[in-house]
Every structure is written in structure tokens, then in C-alpha cells.
Design a protein around this ligand. Sequence first.
Ligand code: NAD
Ligand code: UDP
Length: 320
Amino acid sequence: MKKRILITGAAGFLGSHLCDRFIKEGYRVVGMDNLITGDLKNIQHLFKLETFEFYNHDVTRFVHVPGNVDYILHFASPASPIDYLKIPIQTLKVGSLGTHNLLGLAKEKNARILIASTSEVYGDPLIHPQDESYYGNVNTIGPRGVYDEAKRFQESITMAYHRFHGLETRIARIFNTYGPRMRLNDGRVIPAFIGQALRGEDLTVFGDGMQTRSFCYVDDQVDGLYKLLLSDYALPVNIGNPDEITILDFAKEIIKLTASDQKIVFKELPKDDPLQRQPDITKARDILGWEPKVAREEGMQKTYKYFKSLSKEELLKSEH
Ligand code: NAD
Ligand code: UDP
């Protein structure tokens, strides 16, 4: 009997790749999404499969799935700063009410649930690199607070269900992940820079560009999440690539990659933009035997190829 897994946020970037992976591993996949930041195009290739079903549903409302469910991956949530600034209340609701609904469903179905937490629970971190024992430095009332605090609440309620109800839970603290199917206009730095290069615009670096990020290719991320779900470890685990770079150097890499002669222009740094971010993945290495394999150069080549394959209209539509 094939295992059945519910994936929320299935039409989004990570959710759609997770659907692909679990179908490939022989699971029956139930996708759920309200398409607020996702796109059915990301999963249209799955609709013909007998092992795939899809529910267009907002998970902040009561979630009902007929039949057995063995696993749940809760990935529904806006994930890019411009998205969650545009829809702050929905962001808070999907991390809190949505998570509560899915934990309730997991309890009802006796399913194991993995929730998509984030490096943002560390806020603008005062330790470097960030390991799971760090409590974080988050501005609760700042513009990013709607995302960060929803995710922090998500972790708390998940641990409460684990401790109080004995539910099988997993918490992935996901660091910046990139790859094909990111939305060109989602405002995150990789689609932003590649979109600008393809449209012949200057690349907009926020602040002085000395802030750092560490980018993980999507196939590595999905593999880490897969291993975490199947592990027996209930506390949070960082999943990301520790290869850190400043945003300014990254902009230069994109100019080289796209062989464009665009200039770099500097814009105001958004409020509470974290100054540095690099995962300590010792736990993931020790517990899951996992570490990322795809170097940035290779991952960026694949991602660039994907964005180049999009139509001209899509590219122009993505202009801010
Ligand atoms: P995404 O925006 O591409 O996908 C999110 C999906 O969730 C979208 O398809 C959206 O329509 C859906 N959704 C949002 N609210 C919903 C609701 N109320 N009901 C049903 N569906 C809803 O973003 P992503 O990058 O794929 O991120 C997926 C998850 O991973 C999010 O929970 C995000 O916080 C987490 N995460 C992602 C990253 C990253 O670098 N991509 C980093 C840390 C955490
Ligand atoms: N950034 C930038 N120019 C852009 C978009 C983003 O310089 O056009 C910066 C942003 O200020 C941040 C980093 O790139 O320091 C990563 O931003 P992103 O939105 O991808 O994700 P975050 O890690 O901040 O959630």
C-alpha cells in the first residue's frame, strides 16, 4: 500500500518540488493550495497522474481531507519579503491558524507532520553562523515581524502538540533556497537580479550590499527535507547551504553569469533586513547524514536557464 502525503503550498516553489520528489519516491500525493502566491503551472504536469490529487483550499479555514493520511508537509505561506509585506494578515494567519488546523488534522489522522520554519526565526542574528540553539533577535513589531513571529508561533504550537499530544512532528529551519519555479516577480534577490539582467536593467543592491546570505539549491533542500521527515528527530534542524556571500559580490556573479553589462545601483536597505545569515548544519550532517552537494555556480546555471526559458511577456510582466 502506497503511503499518502498531504503537501500544503503545493503550487508554490518548494511545495511543487516536494510533490515531484514524493511522487518519484512512490507516494500518493495530495496537494493543497489557495494560489495566493503560487501557480498551478508549477504542478500541471502532475494532474494527469493517478497518484496526484489537488485541493484548492485556504488552510486558515478548517482543513478536511477524506481518507487516510500518513504524512503532512505544511509549506503554505508567503515566503518572500515583498509578498508578506503585501499580505501581512494572511501571512500571520497561515503560520498560526493554518498550522493549528494542520496539527489538528495530523492528530485526527495519526499522521507525522513536518512544518516549514525558517532562518527568519533567528531574525537579525547576533551570533554567526546560526545554530539551532540560538533563540534569535526578532523585532516583533517591525514589518518582517508578521512572517518571523508567525513562524516562531508555528514552532511553539508544533512542539506543544508534540509534547502534549505525543504527535510525531518535525521542524525544518529552511535557509534561503533557490531554483527553477521561483516567481520572477516575487522580489527575492535571485529572481530580482536575473529578471533585471534579462530585461537589460541595472541590478538593485539594497544598502551597501555588505549583508550576507547563503543560498541552497532546491534539489539539495528537498533532499534534506525528505531525510528529516523520515528521521526520528523532533527538534528543529537547519537545512541550508553554508556557502556565504555578500549581496554585492552576488550581484557581480549574476552580471558574469548572464554576460550582461548591467551596472549595479544602490537602493535603501529595507527595515530589519538581516545583516548576516549562514546556517550551521552540524546537526543535519550528524542526524540526517545530509549536506548540500550543488555548488552555487551549478545551481545558478540551472536557475538562469529556467528564467531564460520563460516568455518575453512573462519577463516584462515581472517588472516592478
Ligand atoms: P511560495 O510563495 O512559492 O509558495 C507558498 C505557497 O503557499 C504558494 O503556492 C501559496 O499560494 C500557498 N499559500 C499561501 N497561503 C496559503 C493558504 N492560506 N492556504 C493555502 N495555500 C497557501 O514560497 P516558497 O519559497 O515555496 O516557500 C514555501 C514554504 O517554505 C513557506 O512556508 C516558507 O515560509 C518556507 N521557506 C522558504 C524558504 C525559501 O528560501 N524558499 C526559506 C525559508 C522558509
Ligand atoms: N536584495 C537586494 N536587491 C533586490 C532584492 C533583495 O539587494 O533587488 C537583498 C535584500 O535586501 C537582502 C538579500 O538581498 O539583503 C536577500 O533578500 P531576499 O528578499 O532574497 O531574502 P531574505 O533573505 O531577505 O528573506
